[in-house]
Design a protein around this ligand. Sequence first.
Ligand code: MLC
Ligand code: AMP
Length: 500
Amino acid sequence: MTNPLFDTLFGRHIGQSTAFLHLEDGKTICHDAFLHTVSRYADTLIGAGLVTGDRVALQTDKSPEALAVYAACVQAGLVFLPLNTAYTPDEVAYFIQDSGASMFICQPDRRDQLSSIAQQAGAMLETLAADGTGSFPERAQFASADFVTVERHGDDLAALLYTSGTTGRSKGAMLSQNNLLSNAETLAKAWRFTDQDVLLHALPIFHTHGLFVACNVTLVAGGSMIFLPWFDLDVIVKNLPRATAMMGVPTFYTRLLDDSRFDADLTRHMRLFISGSAPLLAETHTRFEARTGHRILERYGMTETNMNTSNPYEGDRRAGTVGLALQGVDIIITNPETGKVLATNEVGMIELRGHNVFSGYWKMPEKTAEELRENGFFITGDLGRIDEDGYVHIVGRSKDLIISGGYNIYPKEIEQLLDLQPDILESAVIGVPHMDFGEQVFGVLVAQRGATPDLDQITAAICRSLARFKHPRKLFVVDQLPRNAMGKVQKNLLRAKYGT
Ligand code: MLC
Ligand code: AMP
C-alpha cells in the first residue's frame, strides 16, 4: 500500500458511481466525482509548492469541498489542520503561527480580516466558500484529476488537531495515519457499519467526532452520508427517514426529545443512534428509549486518542456508562498521585494505550512527557472506574474543563484574559448546569481594591478575543474567591453557589 489512509478511505472508491454525499438541496455527489475534486485539490496544493509533511489549515463552513480538502491533504501527504469556524482572528493567529502552516484556506468573506495573520505567519492564503467557490477551487479548475498519490506510512502524521489546555495554551495533537485508520476500522466493525448505511451527518467537520468518527467510519464501510451544514431540528426531522444511523452530541438528542415529531414512527427504520463528546444523562437515555424504542449507544473519546470505549452493538447498552474498551485499547485506572494501578470499581485516573493514541503534542515535548507515559499510556485527565463487567464509568475530571454542547472550554484560557482587564484583580471561570448545552460558562471576578470594573468593556474584550461558545454567559463581581488551605480556588463552592 502506498498511502494506507488514503487508499483505505478514499482510493478504493475511485471509479465508483455510487452516492457518497446526499446534500440538503437534494443533490447527490458520487464517490468518483468527489475523488476528482480531491485529486485536483491535491495537485493544486503540491503545485503551490507544498511538500510532504507541510500543514494546511482550513477554517471554512462545512461543505463537500471542505471535506475534499481533508482528503486532498491525505492524498498529497500533507498534514490537515481543521479549525473551528467560531474562532476569532486572535485565536486563529496562534494556530497558524504555532503550526507553521504553509497554506491557510478561509472563508472568502474573512479574507481581509485574516490576510495579515497569514502574511505574518508566512502562510499562503486561499479562500473556499460553502457553495464551492473561492480562490482555492478556482486555482484547482485547471489542475490534474489524475494526481499520483504520495507515498505515506502508518506512522506518518496525517492531522494536527488543537485542543485547549489547562495551562491556557492550546496544544496541537499529532495524529498519525495509523491512529485514524485503526480507529475507523475498529469502530466500523464494532458498530456494524456497511455499504448500506446512510449516516445523518449534522456535526461540524473540524473536530474528531464529525470528521474522524463520522466521516472515516462511513468511508471505511463504503456507506454514504446525508451531509448537513449544521444541526437544524426541522432538517433533521425531514431527513431522518432517509438515514440508517446518526451520530451526535447529547444536545442533539435532548433537542430531538423536546420535539413531538420525534417518535417511534419517525425512527422505526433507524439502525443506530450514537452519542459522545460529552456525558449523556442516564435520564436522556431512558427518555429516548421510552419515546423511540432505541437505546442510544454511548461511546467515549478524545482529540488525542480518537475513540476509546463503546457500549456494545449487541448486548447491554448501559445508561450512565461509556461502555467497554474498544478492541486494541488497553484501559487502566490509576491513583492520580502515585500512578499505581487501582482495582475494579476503584475511582481514579483513566489511562489508556493503543494504536488510537496520538504520538504527542506539536513542538511541546515537555507537555507530551507529562501526559504520555513511556510505556505508551496516555493520562486522560478523566476520572472514572471500571466495573466488574468491564464497563467504564466516567465520574468526573481532574482537568479543569467545561464541556458545552460538545465543545471543550478550558477556564484557564478565559481567566487569563479576564485577569488582564482593567480593574480586575483575579477571576475564576466555572461551568454550571445548562438544560440545552449540558454546561454553560460563568465568570466570577474580583475587582482591584477600590475599583469598579466596567463589565460592558470586559464583555467587549472577550468578544474580540474568544470564540462565542467560550463567552461567559454571566459575570459576577465578588469581594474574594473561596480558597482552600493550600490557596487553591474552590471552584466546587462557586459551582454550588452559582449553579442554582
Ligand atoms: C453554539 N453556541 C454555543 C454552542 N454552540 N454556546 C455554547 N456551547 C455551544 N456548543 C452559541 C451560539 O454561538 C449562539 O450564540 C447561541 O449559543 C445559541 O446558538 P444555537 O443556534 O442554539 O446553537 P447551534 O448553532 O444550534 O449549536 C449548538 C450545537 C453545536 C450543539 C448544535 O454547538 C454543535 O454542533 N456542537 C457539536 C460540537 C462537536 O462536534 N463536538 C465534538 C468535539 S470532538 P448567541 O450569539 O446567539 O448567543 C470530541 C471528542 C469526542 O469531543 O469524544 O467526540
Ligand atoms: P476533546 O478535547 O474535545 O477531545 O474532548 C475530550 C473529552 O470529552 C474527554 O476527555 C471527556 O472528558 C469528554 N467526553 C468525550 N466523550 C464523553 C462521554 N461519552 N461521556 C463523558 N465525557 C466524554
